[in-house]
Design a protein around this ligand. Structure first.
Ligand code: FCB
Length: 455
């Protein structure tokens, strides 16, 4: 048994998002988002649920932030609900929505928790979707107006800002139809993504314009690196290569290098999915950033012979994340991602692991009233071990956020996948801290945990 230590100034947090925890979908003048509307369509959400109430964080935030404090959480990552601020997407501000975030941030300060805010975590106002959503280039301006308002209102109170959480979700929503708003065309997916990237650049530009003092801005991208399933199999290698191009590289290249890779350009032209890219777009997207938010859950294995991995793939269906494979435990994924960021993109800014976690299905308290989620503890330990190794080797990793504080509304799997450190009874609203929550609280306090190498 080894003692694994994290540095004294390493930041431990939890990550959440508005659409998944807030509920209050129709409270105090909020407009609906694409996820509220998508969830109403039959068959789109695994258990037929909607995010209308979810964890009811909108009303219960004092209790939930107190719970986070009991877990010794140092930083709370959350997102703003755009349609709570601008019910129509732009124009008229909903003051009651603004007030909610002011009260919520006060509550974080009560416990000295560092607010880490995301401007956009997948929940576009429905009113904007009706104007074309992410396919309409005007969305860049709409997003800009929204971003500027939040920077002005909350600038000095929020030290960490992210423009976008996982831009790939927009691709999934416009190309694959399994996320909101449910379009199914590769060309739409690529166009929507191009606009998301432009919005990111616009957000950073406006942030600099507002002169935000010591606050920092970055973006959160998920890296699920694709590997060939069979070693030395050229067919598998080619699939993995293309998937890497279509996923994380299609964001990291424009953000850090400038423009799309030749391989992606070829793919888009061959598949008739080339977006409308205008002069100057590349420079607008590629803006200097203050930190990088890395979401990392696993790697993905690709195999040209589908029958070989069919069984594993079946299990990947419900996971809340379109590539969540749940099947393989590969915590080194985070170490590989850190190396890739430095080697392929030469990033010289601090990295925060802004999400990492694992789902359980139908997890309920046992007869003793507790939840013994040993798997989740082993999973987190594995990732923290590799993060700690990277820190020791001199990589600039400043913090780690567990996804998530609470079981919540997990997008298209509804309430079926539970990722929380605390269990939520969605009938009564009762919260119960799981064993993983207790373990995390101890780890944060001691800044160390016991680990059996190979775990
Ligand atoms: C990430 C999302 C987050 C949640 C977790 C499980 O991809 O950012 O909202 O769905 O997966």
């Amino acid at each position: 048994m080894k003692k694994i230590k994290l540095p004294e100034d390493f930041l431990f947090g939890v990550a959440t998002s508005a659409a998944q925890i807030e509920g209050g979908a129709y409270s105090d003048g909020r407009g609906t988002s694409i996820w509220d509307e998508f969830a109403k369509r039959p068959g789109m959400i695994g258990d037929g649920s909607t995010p209308e109430k979810s964890c009811d964080f909108y009303h219960r935030y004092p209790e939930d932030i107190a719970l986070a404090n009991r877990l010794n959480i140092q930083s709370f990552r959350f997102s703003f609900s755009w349609s709570r601020i601008f019910p129509e997407g732009y124009g008229q501000i909903n003051e009651k929505g603004m007030d909610f975030y002011k009260r919520m941030i006060d509550e974080l300060y009560r416990y000295d928790m560092v607010p880490n805010a995301t401007l956009y975590h997948w929940d576009l106002p429905q009113a904007l979707e009706e104007k074309g959503g992410w396919l309409n280039r005007d969305v860049v301006e709409w997003y800009g107006e929204y971003a500027s308002l939040l920077f002005r209102e909350f600038g000095d109170r929020i030290p960490m800002w992210a423009t976008i959480n996982e831009p790939i979700a927009t691709y999934v929503g416009y190309a694959q139809g399994i996320f909101a708003p449910g379009h199914c065309s590769e060309a739409k997916g690529r166009q929507a993504n191009h606009h998301v990237l432009l919005a990111h650049g616009e957000g950073v530009r406006r942030f600099r314009q507002e002169r935000m003092g010591d606050s920092r801005i970055g973006i959160v991208v998920d890296i699920w690196k694709h590997h060939p399933y069979r070693e030395n199999c050229e067919a598998d290698r080619l699939i993995a290569e293309l998937e890497n191009e279509k996923t994380y590289r299609s964001y990291l290249n424009p953000i850090f290098v400038g423009g799309y890779t030749d391989a992606l350009m070829n793919y888009m032209s061959e598949t008739g999915s080339m977006p409308d890219i205008r002069e100057g777009d590349s420079a607008r997207i590629r803006q200097p950033l203050d930190f990088f938010g890395l979401n990392c859950y696993n790697r993905v294995l690709d195999c040209a012979d589908k029958s070989l991995i069919e069984e594993e793939r079946k299990q990947k269906r419900m996971g809340g994340n379109f590539q969540d494979n749940g099947a393989e435990f590969y915590p080194k994924a985070v170490y590989d991602a850190i190396h890739l960021l430095e080697k392929d993109y030469n990033i010289k800014i601090p990295i925060y692991v802004t999400e990492n976690g694992t789902p359980s299905y139908n997890e309920q308290p046992g007869e003793d009233g507790c939840i013994h989620d040993k798997n989740r503890i082993e999973y987190i330990k594995g990732f923290l071990y590799w993060i700690q190794k990277a820190v020791k080797e001199g990589h600039d990793i400043r913090g780690y956020y567990v996804w998530s504080l609470l079981d919540n509304w997990e997008w298209n799997s509804g309430f079926y996948s539970r990722y929380g450190l605390a269990h939520v009874d969605f009938q009564t609203g009762e919260r119960v801290i799981k064993d993983s929550g207790k373990w995390y609280a101890r780890t944060i306090k001691e800044r160390a945990f016991d680990y059996e190498p190979g775990e």
